[in-house]
Design a protein around this ligand. Structure first.
Ligand code: ACO
Ligand code: ZN
Length: 165
């Protein structure tokens, strides 16, 4: 998909170093190289990058999980867990995260049969919370001390049958 000077496409193996670098620059939640490789191998259709000015400007990576519905604790669903999303500071506020997340969620439905999406986000991360709200995610829970530094997380979730995603 080509949009306003950036291109959203599936990650390639050779992009992983750049993705890891963006994660280290932008988030305190970091992962081993093995973790990135696992998500790339197992869920390639929901591991996307944004190409901007000939480099990787952002990424989103997800894991498809069978878990209890965030909306009715009585049934199991296939859910798209948005594990991590980030955009380099110089490319923010251009709609890149929105475009990546929409495409990852769409692919999670069409390629893996997911019917819900969910994620954890720091309760003070207003930019990210706004982004998720705008896409249709709602706060469904709060987990005390979820992060290593003691900050709480919101769990945000949305059903994936909505038009527009
Ligand atoms: N302040 C307030 N609202 C914001 C901000 C901000 N700084 N940035 C984005 N938003 C909201 C706005 O509603 C925006 O729509 P608008 O521009 O029309 O007002 C909407 O989000 C969509 O913005 P995008 O341009 O699509 O988002 P962007 O490409 O800038 O990326 C992101 C947003 C990923 C949160 C970016 O700021 C970032 O990389 N932050 C650091 C990493 C991070 O916090 N990642 C999320 C962690 S939680 C997790 O990964 C599951
Ligand atoms: Zn998570």
């Amino acid at each position: 998909m080509k949009l306003e000077g950036f291109l959203i496409r599936p990650v390639r193996y050779e992009d992983l170093d750049e993705v890891i670098e963006i994660n280290l620059k932008t988030l305190p939640e970091n992962y081993s190289r093995f973790f990135y490789e696992e998500l790339y191998k197992r869920f390639p259709k929901t591991f996307l990058v944004a190409e901007v000015e000939g480099r990787i400007g952002g990424y989103v990576m997800c894991r498809i999980e069978r878990c209890l519905s965030k909306f009715s604790k009585l049934r199991f669903v296939k859910s798209c867990h948005v594990v991590s999303i980030a955009v380099l500071e110089e490319y923010r506020r251009r709609g890149i995260a929105t475009a990546m997340l929409k495409e990852a969620l769409r692919n999670s439905m069409t390629e893996y049969g997911a019917t819900e999406g969910f994620l954890e986000v720091r309760v003070t991360n207003i930019p990210a919370i706004n982004l998720y709200r705008k896409l249709g995610f709602r706060i469904v829970d709060r987990i005390r001390g979820y992060y290593l530094d003691g900050e709480d997380a919101y769990i945000m979730a949305m059903p994936l049958n909505q038009t527009g995603v």
